[in-house]
Design a protein around this ligand. Structure first.
Ligand SMILES: *Cc1c(COP(=O)(O)O)cnc(C)c1O
Length: 460
């Protein structure tokens, strides 16, 4: 198909909505190291996972055999309201950059949560309801996950308590209002509603809070509440499974329009939008059949992959989760008040960590002011105000496109525009006022975080 025939929106029909999710764990050449029970240091069993998590989600977490897992009809019916999401050719951005590269973005921000998070939230709430639970707890960093889960719980009639990282709650008060409108109870974290929250506050009353700390609080509440489980918006393998809908649709659309990508790229917080985008592409990459590069983008302020250690660590500050083998800055690492709340996580999903460790993907790290410069350029040309998280991706995409301008290469760059930035206006205001700063942790800052990684034989 010649270039000119590629429309701006590469749309799919409802019939082309995937019927199954894609499970990367079934195709990894070497499985990632299993989660460990911190008490015994033995691999966790699926039964142990069913303590804090919903049964079906625990089963999915342990599924390393089924490449395709059917999407329940009720979840698929919900997806139909917001999906298939458009894959958009960024003609206007290309023109503004004067690049010969072709840029395509999968837009996941077209729902009230303003992000891809609803793809997993709706699945998780569905399984909780099916199991007969009455309430859920969770944490939220930037607020997108909390909003998405509030929507999903409202849809299936479940109560929800959301621990929101304190700095985000202060920066984005209206996020709280949206969640409350959907019926959720929102508590800034750390709080005095949990033992771990009280302990963290006693140690550091002025803390900004962190995702790791909010996770501990949400877990603690779930464990002491009947018919209540804890759900997580990123980092675990079953979340990436649900997000594979992003990549599956992208792949179908690219094939439909006969486009072979050269670069797949997206930002990583816990790894879910990136993992979702690359899921159906990873098999060819592993087999050596693919010609594309896969690039993850992380903030220089929270550099889990580029500067972290590959080790067993807790997913939370309170050391309540199983130990996961992942790239980590240490469960005690508290990132600076970077605006990309969704990327302020000390760890990384184990599949993504393994793929990085084995050399299948590469990573870019980008600084905040350059990220917002890219965000504004994108907003002015493509008509969407991007989320700060997604703007990390845009920064890296623009850099790639400018490189093509120098070399004359017509690379086809595909990225996930994971969300919109309408609740991040404080950050945009600071960028516009030139009061934004780029805090990059020093080696000493990182050493403090690394000291909190457990000293166990598996990490020797
Ligand atoms: C949460 C979030 C991210 C980062 O989380 P991942 O799990 O790594 O995808 C990125 N973009 C947006 C818009 C988000 O809400």
């Amino acid at each position: 198909m010649s270039n000119k025939t590629i429309p701006t929106k590469l749309l799919l029909t409802e019939n082309e909505l995937p019927k199954c999710w894609y499970n990367m764990n079934a195709v990894l050449p070497e499985k990632h190291d299993p989660a460990l029970n911190p008490a015994t240091l033995r691999p966790c069993t699926v039964e142990e996972f069913k303590g804090p998590f919903c049964d079906e989600l625990a089963e999915q977490e342990f599924n390393v055999t089924d490449e395709f897992i059917p999407i329940p009809e009720e979840v698929r019916d919900f997806y139909k309201m917001i999906r298939p999401s458009p894959l958009i050719r960024a003609y206007c951005l290309e023109k503004a950059l004067g690049t010969p590269a072709e840029i395509y973005y999968k837009f996941e921000g077209n729902n009230t949560s303003g992000s891809h998070k609803l793809n997993s939230a709706i699945a998780q709430a569905y399984y909780a309801k099916k199991q007969g639970l009455t309430s859920l707890t969770t944490e939220t960093g930037a607020g997108q996950w909390g909003t998405a889960l509030s929507m999903a719980c409202a849809f299936f009639g479940l109560d929800l308590t959301v621990y929101m990282v304190k700095v985000s709650a202060e920066q984005k008060p209206f996020r709280k209002t949206v969640m409350e409108t959907y019926g959720a109870k929102v508590i800034p974290s750390p709080s005095t509603t949990t033992e771990i929250g009280k302990k963290i506050l006693a140690e550091d009353p002025d803390t900004n809070g962190s995702l790791g700390c909010a996770i501990s609080e949400a877990l603690e509440l779930a464990m002491k509440t009947p018919k209540c489980k804890y759900v997580l918006g990123s980092a675990l393998d079953h979340v990436l499974l649900h997000q594979s809908i992003i990549g599956l649709e992208t792949k179908t659309a690219l094939e439909k329009y006969d486009i072979e990508p050269d670069i797949l790229i997206s930002c990583i917080g816990g790894g879910s939008n990136f993992g979702g985008l690359i899921a159906p592409f990873i098999k060819d990459k592993i087999n050596g059949k693919a010609k594309y590069d896969i690039i993850a983008v992380e903030p220089a302020s929270c550099p889990s992959l580029t500067r972290g250690k590959y080790a067993y660590d807790f997913g939370d500050t309170g050391k309540m989760t199983p130990l996961l083998k992942m790239y980590t800055l240490g469960n005690g690492f508290v990132p600076s008040a970077n605006h990309a709340g969704g990327l302020r996580y000390h760890g990384m999903n184990p599949i993504i960590s393994k793929l990085y460790h084995d050399g299948y993907i590469s990573v870019n790290s980008v600084e905040q002011t350059r990220v917002f410069e890219a965000a504004v350029q994108f907003a002015k040309t493509e008509g969407i105000l991007p989320a700060p998280e997604s703007s990390h991706t845009i920064r890296a995409v623009i850099d790639q496109a400018l490189k093509c301008k120098e070399t004359g290469e017509k690379k086809k760059i595909v990225f996930c525009l994971s969300g919109t930035g309408y609740f991040d206006l404080k950050a945009y205001e600071q960028y516009n006022n030139k009061t934004m700063n780029d805090y990059i942790p020093t080696d000493e800052d990182l050493a403090k975080g690394f000291a909190t990684i457990p000293d166990i034989p598996q990490n020797k």
